[in-house]
Design a protein around this ligand. Structure first.
Ligand code: NDP
Length: 300
């Protein structure tokens, strides 16, 4: 039954958000501390604006203090850094997120490394990257997309991935590399593929777990999927959809969903898979930060 193969990211994300909401109420009752999330957005990229709006909405739904700094596209790098610094120093803020990409004249890495590591809920600061790399997760922030992908994987495979081969396609700092580290931490045997990989189809055929994070619509074909494999499709690609009318578009993943369904035991859809988990994990990370700030043990 194909319906049973679909991993419902939207439903799992809703469970995470409800839990965050409950734990936020507890934290407020216990300590008076309200988790605070600040998002900085520079410029008018429409996709970024949609993401930022949905993050703010979800933060309010969780009972957070949520603020947004919307800066014009020609804001200087020094000004952006000053905003980050002010949020670092603001005791009401526990999570700081800078929406990427930033305009070309701003050094993205410089901005990210200016965020205080203990407020870096995206998990992109070297300190958090290093902690993930060395397996010190107790005080780290793990990037939201891979963290959410792991929850979806564990929802069907359980916590221990011993003996399973995982192939991560994509090696970005935001998705591919941290995903590979998390899979390794769960005892999978991990291979990271990228644009220079030879014989990608055969490599993917060896995988019990496939994570596609490339950004190329439906490049992973159904006959690359080993029978019984679990497929996590991180890709979000907007493609033309003439079948929906002239000029219409739709979202699709990096995996040919219908084709992969033939072989996979479990697969995430796009939309409704990893996407909602990313926002849910941002809320979870912000809550964790507020608990740490209150010197209380964060909920698991
Ligand atoms: P990047 O563009 O940073 O990385 C893409 C990776 O794919 C690179 O490592 C690149 O290899 C590799 N690649 C490109 N072409 C091929 C190919 N033909 N064969 C094998 N590997 C290839 O993307 P991100 O990691 O930031 O994002 C990946 C996708 O995930 C995008 O569609 C993005 O929109 C989506 N995304 C979704 C999120 C969500 O919430 N669901 C969050 C973040 C991203 P190389 O390094 O050699 O260039």
């Amino acid at each position: 039954n194909d319906e049973n193969k679909r991993i419902d990211g939207k439903a799992v994300a809703e469970t995470v958000v409800q839990k965050v909401k409950g734990e936020t109420e507890k934290l407020v009752a216990q300590s008076g501390i309200v988790p605070g999330l600040a998002v900085i957005i520079v410029g008018e990229d429409p996709a970024s604006q949609v993401y930022v709006a949905s993050k703010g909405k979800k933060a309010k739904e969780c009972g957070f203090h949520s603020i947004q700094h919307t800066l014009p596209a020609d804001t200087s790098e020094a000004d952006v850094l000053a905003h980050v610094q002010a949020l670092n120093d603001d005791p009401a803020i526990h999570g700081i997120l800078v929406q990427l990409p930033l305009p070309k004249h701003i050094d993205e890495n410089k901005v990210i490394q200016t965020i205080a590591p203990q407020k870096d809920v995206d998990g992109f600061h070297y300190m958090n990257v290093g902690k993930l790399g060395t397996g010190d997760l107790s005080s780290a922030f793990v990037p939201c997309t891979p963290a959410g992908s792991m929850i979806l994987l564990r929802s069907v495979l359980g916590d221990d991935l011993s003996g399973l081969n995982a192939v991560v396609v994509g090696r970005s700092n935001i998705v591919g590399k941290p995903m590979a580290n998390l899979l390794l931490g769960a005892n999978a045997t991990v291979t990271i593929a990228h644009s220079r990989t030879k014989d990608l189809p055969d490599l993917v055929r060896s995988a019990d777990i496939v994570v596609a994070a490339v950004g190329r619509a439906e490049m992973v074909k159904g006959d690359w999927i080993k029978p019984g494999a679990t497929v996590i499709d991180v890709g979000i690609n907007r493609i033309d959809a003439p079948e929906r009318g002239e000029g219409k578009t739709r979202l699709t993943g990096d995996v040919d969903y219908e084709g992969a369904l033939e072989n996979a035991a479990h697969i995430t859809p796009v939309p409704g898979g990893v996407g909602p988990m990313t926002i849910a994990l941002l809320m979870a990370n912000t809550l964790t930060s507020a608990y740490r700030h209150a010197e209380l043990n964060p909920p698991a």
